[in-house]
Write a protein that binds this ligand. Structure first.
Ligand code: THU
Length: 138
């Protein structure tokens, strides 16, 4: 990995680690942080926010995307998801589609745990043959 890319992901990890403890997850007790780098180089973060009416909760990635849009970004150049425990916390299906709206097939999706990045995917690996804005223009 190039030095720039390493720096990139270190900053994303730090942002996700800052917000993960702030997650509101009293039902699952599973706190997630996410951080996005946008096309301007700015970082936006988010955490999961659950609800007593369970389906009304939102994922960390969703919060980070909202922060990106509200912050003036419109493209995801990299995203990192930070979960707890030993298993890989990959984005849920709905969040893969949400990321798809603002990212490219080769956009890196870093999956991290408490100790750092565990593995990297491209968006196309997580959501192959996806449907996106271009399909509507066809
Ligand atoms: N969750 C996320 O925020 N992002 C993911 O990538 C996976 C799951 C949240 C949703 C819910 O609040 C909790 O983790 C347990 O599923």
């Amino acid at each position: 990995m190039a030095a720039d890319a390493e720096t990139d992901f270190e900053a994303l990890f730090a942002a996700a680690a800052r917000v993960q403890p702030l997650a509101y997850a009293p039902y699952s007790r599973f706190k997630v942080g996410a951080a996005i780098r946008d096309e301007h180089g700015a970082i936006h973060d988010g955490c999961n926010v659950e609800n007593a009416a369970y389906p009304s909760g939102s994922c960390a990635e969703q919060g980070a995307i909202s922060a990106m849009i509200a912050g003036g970004g419109s493209r995801i150049t990299a995203i990192l998801v930070l979960g707890e425990g030993d298993v890989l916390v990959t984005p849920c299906g709905a969040c893969r589609q949400r990321i798809r709206e603002f990212a490219s097939a080769d956009t890196p999706v870093a999956i991290a745990g408490p100790g750092g990045i565990r593995t990297m995917f491209t968006l196309a690996e997580l959501l192959p043959a996806s449907f996106g804005p271009d399909n509507l223009r066809a």
